[in-house]
Design a protein around this ligand. Structure first.
Ligand code: ATP
Ligand code: MG
Length: 388
């Protein structure tokens, strides 16, 4: 493990240091480790003294990012959290001198494992057993833990999906009894967990629990829509792209095109995401109701076309994907910039600047895409003359 020297350095300076959380879990599961968290008895200032390159990521919460030998490590002082007044993040963190207290505040047993420099696992809550049995179980009393931080309920279903785990019974019961608390959490944070759930390999199973526990009643625009959403667990495939996830949800909820923007904004999605999804759903509708013209495919563009094919695949909608891609590949032009002429060319050929010019340029583009007009200056010049 390339990160071991970081732990050793802290130990040699007289501090305790452990790998904790997701990196230990993923190491034991043989999963790809994407970020490494270290817990230590050293205070942030003491961590900063030991390493040359550090970033003050969250000094108040005890976190310093250390850049070392090409790697990046989040090093956090042992801490507890107290005063969860509003079912969200703690009001205060208190630094503590031992690992046990730090592990106690963590959400699930499989996320509360630590590893020392000898590769030994510290397992205070039977996380190894749960890892082996593939179970998500809250650390301590699940009810209390969800009252402290309601986001953990979404994290439970998100880890189910990502890790392909089951949810332990008491933990699930506590979610069923407390799902309304999710309303206290910011939409952005709920969305992040929802998307991770939706694009995880076990998303259909996790989504079923998301519905069964009523968590679905407490997220934007899902309340009262269980009957429509219950199709999700029966999908042919799990989405793997965020755009596909949103498009599938919108199609299942039968949201009219005019309301897609509002739906995406209710979930605090970016405009770019909203735009991409809207285009996919529009092309999907076109594929379902009528054959799209070459110009429809051109306007959609390659990314939207491929993403729409993905969505149809997930929904088990029979479409001839290959034929569509072939048709797209055969288009005379793929982008507006591929058109050999522009507005200036039209003006040079006697068209007055103004709205009519725009309309004419659009019709030239459409005819070229449809193969009715050659993409050459001579052919287009002749076409303009015929129009005048
Ligand atoms: P991944 O990074 O793969 O999504 P992770 O387990 O590393 O998963 P993070 O959100 O990065 O999840 O959090 C790191 C660790 O911090 C977790 O493993 C857990 O121990 C703890 N943690 C994170 N969020 C919470 C929370 N809301 N409540 C309690 N502990 C948490
Ligand atoms: Mg992480």
């Amino acid at each position: 493990m390339a990160a071991m020297p970081v732990l050793k350095k802290l130990e040699n300076a007289g501090f305790e240091a452990y790998f904790v959380g997701g990196s230990v879990r993923d190491l034991l599961l043989g999963r790809h480790i994407h970020d490494i968290d270290i817990a230590t008895s050293a205070y942030p200032e003491e961590v900063k003294e030991e390493f040359e390159k550090t970033i003050d990521t969250g000094i108040k919460h005890g976190t310093v990012t250390v850049l070392y030998n090409g790697g990046s490590y989040e090093i956090t002082t042992f801490r507890t959290e107290s005063g969860y007044q509003d079912f969200r993040r703690p009001d205060q963190v208190t630094f503590v001198q031992n690992l046990d207290e730090d592990l106690k505040r963590r959400d699930f047993t499989i996320n509360a494992l630590a590893m020392n420099t000898n590769g030994e696992i510290i397992d205070l809550f039977n996380g190894l057993k749960d890892l082996h049995n593939r179970v998500i179980r809250a650390v301590g009393n699940p009810e209390e833990r969800f009252h402290e931080d309601a986001l953990r309920m979404m994290r439970a279903v998100r880890f189910m999906s990502q890790l392909e785990f089951e949810l332990e019974g008491e933990t699930q019961k506590a979610i069923e009894d407390n799902h309304e608390l999710l309303k206290k959490i910011s939409i952005e944070r709920v969305r992040e967990e929802f998307v991770k759930m939706g694009i995880g390999p076990h998303s259909r199973q996790a989504f079923q629990i998301f519905l069964d526990t009523q968590l679905s009643e407490d997220v934007p625009d899902f309340a009262g829509k269980k009957d429509l959403l219950s199709i999700y667990p029966q999908l042919q495939f799990s989405p793997t792209l965020e755009t596909s996830l949103w498009a599938v949800i919108i199609i299942l909820l039968k949201i009219p095109n005019d309301n897609i923007g509002k739906f995406m904004r209710d979930w605090k999605n970016s405009n770019a995401m909203a735009d991409a999804v809207e285009r996919i759903v529009e092309l999907f509708d076109l594929l379902a109701s009528q054959a799209p013209t070459d110009y429809d495919l051109f306007k959609a563009g390659e990314a939207t076309l491929l993403n729409t094919i993905d969505v149809a695949h997930i929904l088990g909608q029979p479409i001839s994907a290959e034929a569509l891609v072939d048709r797209y590949d055969a288009l005379p032009i793929k982008n507006s910039s591929d058109l050999i002429v522009d507005g200036r060319f039209l003006i040079k050929n006697g068209i007055e600047p103004g709205p009519k010019l725009g309309i004419l340029l659009n019709s030239i583009r459409e005819k070229v895409v449809e193969g009715e007009l050659e993409n050459s200056k001579a052919a287009i010049k002749q076409f303009i003359e015929e129009q005048n």
